[in-house]
Design a protein around this ligand. Structure first.
Ligand code: ROI
Length: 168
């Protein structure tokens, strides 16, 4: 364990996305911010993927996922992620509009959380190839607790034709 990290006991998976600005640099910088926080360790990050926007017409996204080890409750992690989004200039004026940085908690251990502010597992992750493809790269065997299915199983049911690894 590195010296400046406390006991980091909980594993969580997050999704990252951007379709405004220099998306590659923004996503890498967001990972760096998380890696530098004392209560967070970045265990792994996926490749970045170009993905067609789901929802209203807008530019393609760059998406990826990361596994974090954290020493904080999910509600606090959510606040941190929102702060990081805001620091990267995210404007939340349109619900499904383009954004410089979007950070979502996908999974937190095997917990199921349903509050007005926070739903874990992320309620739409099971149908989103732009989430499942990168997540399957770093956590294929993680069981999504609502469906009881592993990420690699969920991936079989989505159309991945609009998801392309960066550089390919
Ligand atoms: N579409 C893609 N491909 N990637 C995203 O990260 C993403 N995020 C969103 C909506 C607008 C639903 N569409 C997206 O919030």
């Amino acid at each position: 364990m590195s010296a400046n990290k406390c006991n980091l006991s909980n594993i969580t998976a997050i999704a990252l996305g951007s379709n405004l600005g220099d998306s590659h640099a923004i996503l890498e910088a967001a990972i760096d911010v998380l890696a530098q926080m004392p209560a967070t360790r970045v265990l792994s990050k996926s490749s970045w993927y170009f993905t067609k926007a789901v929802g209203p017409p807008q530019p393609d996204y760059l998406n990826g996922c990361a596994l974090l080890q954290v020493e904080m409750i999910p509600e606090f992690l959510l606040e941190i992620l929102l702060k990081i989004e805001n620091n990267f200039g995210r404007l939340r004026n349109q619900r499904w509009g383009p954004r410089t940085l979007d950070l979502d908690i996908l999974l937190y251990e095997n917990r199921i959380i349903e509050t007005p502010k926070l739903q874990i597992p992320h309620p739409r992750m099971r149908e989103r190839a732009f989430v499942l493809v990168p997540l399957a790269e770093i956590a294929p065997d993680w069981i999504e607790p609502v469906s009881g299915l592993a990420i690699k199983e969920l991936l079989k049911d989505v159309d991945c034709s609009d998801v392309h690894k960066e550089g390919y």
